[in-house]
Design a protein around this ligand. Structure first.
Ligand code: ADP
Ligand code: MG
Length: 595
C-alpha cells in the first residue's frame, strides 16, 4: 500500500504561504509599497478600489525590471536582494524573503508593466492565480506599474473573512501612513476609488510628520536627536501636556522599517513616568538607526518584528534619549507631580514679612555691577549658594525641614534639586502666569471669578484720565470679580473684590485699582496686539495679585507653584514676557563650579 503523505501541488503550497504574507489587502499594499521603495522610487502612486478588494494598483518610478526578471519575480523565493545565508546578517532593504509577489500572485489576478531606464521597450505580464497568462513587450514609462485585481478570488474562505470596506481601507491607510512617514525623500499619492485623498511631496522628515499628524502638532512635538557610536535615535515625541488616552500615533522604526516592539515602546512610555497621568500615552514617531548586523529581522513573515543582539543597550539608550529631550526642552522637571499635595489656594499667605521693597533688584545689584544677562547672574547665584549650602538643605530661616526638596533663595526664587539637575523658578513671574491662566480658564468657561464682598465698601478716587479707562474696563473687571459703581466726580464705590486680589491681607482697594490701571495702560501703550482687551485686564490683575519678590513662602505654596506652573500650556513665560523658570543640568552645574 502506498503511503498517505503527498507533496502538495505548488499552487496550493503558495496559497498556504500567502495566508501568512497576504493576510488582508493592506498586507499586499505593504509589500508592493516596500518593493517600490527598494527599487529606489522617488514617486509612488497608490490607487485603491473597494478597499483593495477589487484593485490595488501601485505605480513607481524605480529601477523597473527586464523581461527575465519580471517573470522570475513571481516564483517563490525569487529575490534580487540576498544571495547567500550571510546576507541575512546585513539586510538593508525592506524585502528579502522573495515570497511577496509569489504569494500575492497566487491569490489574485495580476497585471504588471515594467521598464528599466536603458530598455527601449518594457514588459507586460498577466498572471491569474499564480499562472502566467501572457507576456509581451509594451511601451511604458520607466519603473513598475503593478495591478492586483480581485484579491482572494480563488480563496473564497479568505474573502469571506474580510471586514467592511471602511475597516479594510483603514488598514490600508495605516500601512500607507507608516511607510510614508519613514520615507519623506519619496513623494506619495493615495487615490481612493479614483479620488486623490492624500498627496505628500518630497519633504523634510518634520514636514512629513506634521502632514500626517496634522498642523496642530507643530506646537506639540519635541525633537529627539542622538547619534551614538552603536545606535542613532531621532524623531519626535509629544510634550507631556499632549499625551492621549489611546495608544495611537505611536510609530517606531528601525532602519526605516516599522516595527512592533513592546519592550521599546515601554522604554519610551516609561520616560514619561511621573510627568503624565496614569493610563495616558505619549505620541511619537521615532527612528532608530542601528548596524544591520546588530539586529535580526528574519523572525516573522510580515517583517514587523525584530530582535536586537543587545536589547538592553537599545532600551536604555532610547529611554535616556527621550528623557533627555523632555529635559532639555525644559518641559518638566523630574519631580513626581503625582505625589504633590495641591492646596486649594497657595496665595493667601498672611505670614508676610517684607513688603515688595525690591529684594530682587537689590540682590541682583549686589552680585553684579557689570552688565550681564539675567541668566548669567542666576548662574553665579547658584554658584555662590552651592559653596555656602549643600543643595538639599533649606535656606536659613525658612520654615522647612531638612528633608524638604524645595527651598527659597533670597525670598525671590524657588529652587528644587531634580534628578536631572536643578530647577530655578522665579516666584513672581511663575505666579503671574498661574493667575493669568486661571483667569483665562474662567473666561473660557464663562464662569465669574469668586469675589469677596467688603464689610465696609470703600470709596476710591482716581485721576480724570483714569476715570475713562476704568469705565472702559469696568465690565472686564466685574467679570474678574470686582464690583463697583461710579458715584460722581472721579470717585467709585468698591463693594467687592476678587478673592485673591490682595496679596498681604491689605484691604486698600484704591492702591490695588491704581496698580491694575497702571499695568493695563502700560500694556495698552506697548501695542500688545497679541491680547484681547479682557486678557490685558486679566494680565494686569495677574501681575498685581502675583506673589511678590521678597515674599516668604511656605513649602506648600512653593510646591503648589511648581506643580501649577508645569500644568500651564505656556509654562516658560509670564504674561508680561518674563522667563518663569530654568532647569540647570548637572553638566551646567559642573561647568559653573569649574569656571
Ligand atoms: P523581495 O522583495 O523579498 O525580494 P518580492 O517577491 O517582493 O521579494 O519581489 C521579488 C523581486 O522582484 C524583488 O527582489 C525585486 O528584484 C523585484 N521587484 C519587485 N517589485 C519591484 C519593483 N516595484 N520594482 C523593481 N523590482 C521589483
Ligand atoms: Mg518585496
Amino acid at each position: 500500500m502506498s503511503g498517505i503523505i503527498k507533496i502538495l501541488p505548488e499552487h496550493i503550497a503558495n496559497q498556504i504561504a500567502a495566508g501568512e504574507v497576504v493576510t488582508r489587502p493592506a498586507s499586499a499594499v505593504k509589500e508592493l509599497l516596500e518593493n517600490a521603495i527598494d527599487a529606489g522610487a522617488t514617486e509612488i502612486q497608490l490607487y485603491i478600489e473597494d478597499a483593495g478588494k477589487t484593485l490595488i494598483h501601485v505605480i513607481d518610478n524605480g529601477t523597473g525590471m527586464g523581461e527575465e526578471d519580471a517573470k522570475t519575480a513571481f516564483i517563490p523565493h525569487a529575490t534580487s536582494k540576498i544571495t547567500n545565508a550571510d546576507d541575512l546578517q546585513h539586510i538593508s532593504t525592506m524585502g528579502f524573503r522573495g515570497e511577496a509577489l509569489a504569494s500575492i500572485a497566487s491569490v489574485a489576478q495580476i497585471e504588471l508593466k515594467t521598464r528599466r531606464d536603458d530598455d527601449e521597450l518594457g514588459t507586460q505580464i498577466e498572471i491569474d492565480g499564480g499562472n502566467i497568462k501572457s507576456t509581451q513587450p509594451i511601451a511604458t514609462p520607466k519603473g513598475t506599474n503593478i495591478s492586483v485585481k480581485n484579491i482572494y478570488f480563488n480563496t473564497p474562505a479568505r474573502r469571506k473573512f474580510l471586514l467592511s470596506d471602511d475597516a479594510e481601507f483603514r488598514y490600508i491607510e495605516d500601512t500607507f501612513t507608516k511607510i510614508s512617514l519613514a520615507h519623506p525623500e519619496v513623494s506619495f499619492s493615495l487615490y481612493k476609488n479614483n479620488c486623490n485623498i492624500l498627496f505628500l511631496p518630497i519633504e523634510t522628515q518634520y514636514a512629513r510628520i506634521i502632514k500626517i499628524f496634522g498642523n496642530n502638532f507643530q506646537q506639540r512635538l519635541v525633537r529627539i536627536d542622538e547619534n551614538l557610536s552603536d545606535v542613532s535615535i531621532h524623531g519626535y515625541i509629544c510634550k507631556p501636556g499632549y499625551v492621549t488616552k489611546r495608544r495611537n500615533k505611536q510609530y517606531l522604526f528601525v532602519n526605516k522599517r516599522i516595527i512592533k516592539h513592546a519592550g521599546l515602546n515601554y522604554a519610551i512610555e516609561s520616560a514619561f513616568t511621573g510627568l503624565i497621568p496614569e493610563k495616558n500615552y505619549p505620541i511619537y514617531c521615532i527612528f532608530i538607526g542601528i548596524d544591520t548586523s546588530a539586529i535580526d529581522v528574519n523572525i516573522h513573515p510580515s517583517k514587523t518584528e525584530i530582535r536586537f543582539n543587545n536589547e538592553k543597550l537599545v532600551y536604555g539608550t532610547l529611554q535616556a534619549v527621550v528623557k533627555h529631550s523632555i529635559g532639555i526642552h525644559q518641559l518638566s522637571p523630574s519631580l513626581d507631580f503625582n505625589t504633590f499635595q495641591l492646596p486649594h489656594k497657595y496665595s493667601n499667605s498672611s505670614d508676610f514679612s517684607k513688603t515688595s521693597s525690591d529684594f530682587r533688584e537689590a540682590y541682583l545689584r549686589s552680585v553684579s555691577e557689570i552688565h550681564r544677562t539675567e541668566m548669567d547672574i542666576l548662574q553665579k547665584d547658584i554658584e555662590s549658594l552651592q559653596s555656602e549650602l549643600p543643595l538639599h538643605e533649606p535656606q536659613l530661616g525658612s520654615p522647612m525641614k531638612e528633608d524638604d526638596n524645595v527651598f527659597q533663595i533670597v525670598q525671590s526664587y524657588i529652587a528644587a534639586p531634580l534628578s536631572s539637575g536643578f530647577l530655578l523658578l522665579d516666584q513672581h513671574a511663575a505666579s503671574e502666569r498661574i493667575l493669568f491662566d486661571e483667569y483665562c480658564a474662567k473666561k473660557k468657561s464663562s464662569e465669574k471669578t469668586p469675589s469677596r464682598r467688603l464689610l465696609f465698601p470703600q470709596s476710591i478716587t482716581v485721576s480724570s484720565s483714569q476715570v475713562e479707562t476704568l469705565k472702559d474696563i469696568q465690565p472686564d473687571l466685574e467679570f474678574l470679580g470686582w464690583d463697583f459703581s461710579w458715584i460722581g466726580d472721579n470717585s467709585f464705590m468698591i463693594n467687592a473684590m476678587p478673592e485673591n486680589a490682595a496679596r498681604d491681607g491689605e484691604e486698600d482697594a484704591q492702591k490695588i485699582i491704581e496698580d491694575i490701571l497702571d499695568v493695563y495702560v502700560q500694556r495698552l501703550m506697548s501695542g500688545g496686539h497679541d491680547m484681547s482687551g479682557r486678557d490685558k485686564v486679566a494680565a494686569a490683575m495677574a501681575k498685581r495679585s502675583a506673589v511678590k519678590y521678597g515674599e516668604k513662602l511656605h513649602k506648600e505654596e512653593m510646591l503648589s507653584i511648581i506643580a501649577r506652573i508645569f500644568s500651564s500650556a505656556e509654562p516658560h513665560i509670564s504674561p508680561s514676557g518674563q522667563k518663569t523658570f530654568r532647569i540647570i543640568s548637572p553638566h551646567e552645574l559642573s561647568q559653573l563650579l569649574l569656571s
